[in-house]
Design a protein around this ligand. Sequence first.
Ligand code: AMP
Ligand code: ZN
Length: 119
Amino acid sequence: MAGEPQSDCLFCKIVSGDIPATIVRESGTTVAFRDINPQAPTHVLVIPKVHYPDAASLAAAEPQIAADVLTEAGAVAADEKIDSTGYRVIFNTGSGAGQTVFHAHAHVLGGRGLQWPPG
Ligand code: AMP
Ligand code: ZN
């Protein structure tokens, strides 16, 4: 069924606690944890607890939870004190854009200068 945990999904296993992560925030619908390979001083991933392969499919099926992911991304930025200096929220979508984990997630990046446009 749509949104159900997938046995082969790394981020579903983080939601269930089967794989450890450095969790920085949790809400009823989301989990935020530090990226294992950080690309900036702050690099946190915000994921919905439900499984959808990317942000667009999450938003189509569960718009409130997609909004929750964005709200939590802003809360992470405030917690990390990067809201005043600027930060980036990224949803890589598709392997051509660098998506490697097919469970929707927002990258929250900040704490250093960020170039625009990104590579
Ligand atoms: P993406 O390439 O947009 O799909 O992002 C996936 C992200 O998940 C990458 O930045 C990885 O470094 C990160 N990642 C992979 N495995 C883990 C893990 N076990 N804990 C935390 N982050 C992870
Ligand atoms: Zn999943």
